[in-house]
Design a protein around this ligand. Structure first.
Ligand SMILES: Nc1ncnc2c1ncn2[C@@H]1O[C@H](COP(=O)(O)OP(=O)(O)OP(=O)(O)O)[C@@H](O)[C@H]1O
Ligand SMILES: [Mg+2]
Length: 401
């Protein structure tokens, strides 16, 4: 491949279009011309050499689409960490699946996406930097029973208010999931994650809107199937595909993760711009948070993506807990009071906190966490306190990373 000079201008960028010299390449070159100089490369068994560009567009249309996406690893080696978008002409599950598995950044569907191609590329890039809509946030704890589901559901509802209903809650606490206890206490039959996966080829905006359940707050919701045999479709690769589609459609995707590092949980954490670790005032749960944090760091997740929510805070032993939190050394973004009356009461009435106890301190914390996820607030919230390790407790939670 020829060397491309990216230094022609400060503003103009270069893109490589890998595909046939045909209608698609011509139309896309025209559509990008405002910002990009596009160089076309023939697809096929090319020996890719290291090259520089700001963007790669890979034509994956028709019956050759699957061969085209098999080139992604070689392209990635040649261009480095540059966004690669696949140009598709239908939502063929095999092509989407293969492309996501190989780490594609996004899809441009022809001809529908052509008029918006620049904003799609721009938004995807912002999303991957975690600053725009389509944000994925996982709530996670390696120890069960600490309030992960309660908090994820209530924060998701708050985000639904902020975004006018453009928020979806995804329950991936395999195998059963508890979010339906909060969102769907009447146990009505609802479209599940399995149904979504089976119909992924037909998922256009209308079908997504009509099929996915809607809570009275406006929050959208996808839960796990009741029939455990259907879980075999809920795989890590399928979940990545589901997340790619959902974040195209909704401003926020909130995930209630399982208490493990299974491939499905890792798929969620990989895609999340924020990972909310949940802990409570017990040594075992705080140690679990430490292990989760260290493992995430070892997996290469940036420290800024990892936050701690401290649940069930009590006044008893406050000094000791504060010392433990210092020792833990993870930024604490919210502390939620221990309040059985409110949390159990809401659960019994089948309501979320905003309906059951809107003015409660606990609900204020839910609002605060949601507001923190809104653009512009994530990194600058004054509530975020970075705790320093001190004393023997630091050894207790000593980081191995
Ligand atoms: N701050 C709190 N004060 C009092 N009760 C709480 C608080 N947070 C959660 N609870 C209650 O604790 C119980 C467990 O909460 P939840 O199901 O959210 O935990 P979890 O971490 O998701 O558990 P699991 O591992 O089973 O999924 C629920 O009955 C919930 O109402
Ligand atoms: Mg749970």
């Amino acid at each position: 491949m020829p060397q491309i000079n990216t230094a022609q201008s400060d503003v103009r960028k270069t893109a490589i279009y890998i595909g046939a010299d045909g209608e698609n390449s011509i139309r896309i070159t025209q559509a990008l011309s405002l910002l990009y100089d596009v160089n076309r490369e023939e697809p096929g068994p090319v020996s890719w050499q290291s090259t520089s560009a700001d963007l790669v567009l890979l034509e994956a249309v028709g019956k050759d689409g699957i061969n085209a996406v098999s080139l992604i690893p070689a392209i990635r080696d040649a261009v480095g960490p540059v966004p690669i978008f696949a140009i598709i002409d239908n939502r063929d599950g095999d092509i989407l699946f293969a492309a996501i598995k190989r780490g594609i950044q996004g899809f441009i569907e022809m001809p529908t996406d052509l008029p918006n191609i620049l904003s799609i590329i721009h938004e995807e890039r912002q999303r991957s930097h975690g600053t725009f809509s389509g944000k994925i946030c996982s709530f996670f704890s390696l120890k069960g029973g600490v309030g992960t589901t309660t908090i994820s559901v209530n924060v998701a509802e708050q985000l639904a208010f902020y975004t006018g209903g453009s928020t979806i809650l995804l329950d991936l606490h395999m195998p059963l999931g508890d979010t339906s206890l909060y969102i769907n206490p009447e146990k009505q039959a609802r479209y599940t994650i399995n149904d979504f996966i089976l119909n992924i080829n037909n998922m256009d905006d209308d079908l997504i809107d009509s099929s996915i359940a809607r809570h009275e707050s406006g929050l959208r919701y996808l839960g796990l199937p009741q029939n455990l045999a259907e879980l075999e479709n809920v795989t890590d690769v399928n979940i990545k595909m589901v997340l790619t589609l959902l974040r195209h459609h909704y401003n926020y995707v909130i995930i209630d993760c399982a208490s493990d590092f299974s491939p499905i949980t890792l798929a969620c954490l990989d895609e999340s711009s924020t990972i909310m670790l949940v802990s409570e005032p017990s040594l075992s749960s705080m140690r679990a948070a430490r292990v989760a944090y260290d493992t995430c760091r070892q997996l290469g997740y940036a420290a800024e993506r990892l936050k701690l929510i401290f649940n069930r805070k009590t006044s008893q032993g406050a000094e000791f807990i504060s010392e433990l939190l210092d020792a833990l050394g993870i930024p604490v973004v919210a502390e939620i009071e221990n309040n059985y009356l409110i949390f159990l009461g809401a659960l019994q009435k089948g309501k979320l906190l905003e309906e059951f106890a809107p003015e409660s301190i606990a609900n204020m914390e839910m609002r605060k966490i949601a507001a923190m996820l809104l653009p512009g607030n994530v990194e600058h919230d004054p509530a975020i306190s970075f705790k320093k390790k001190t004393g023997w407790l630091a050894t207790l939670f000593g980081s191995k990373s």
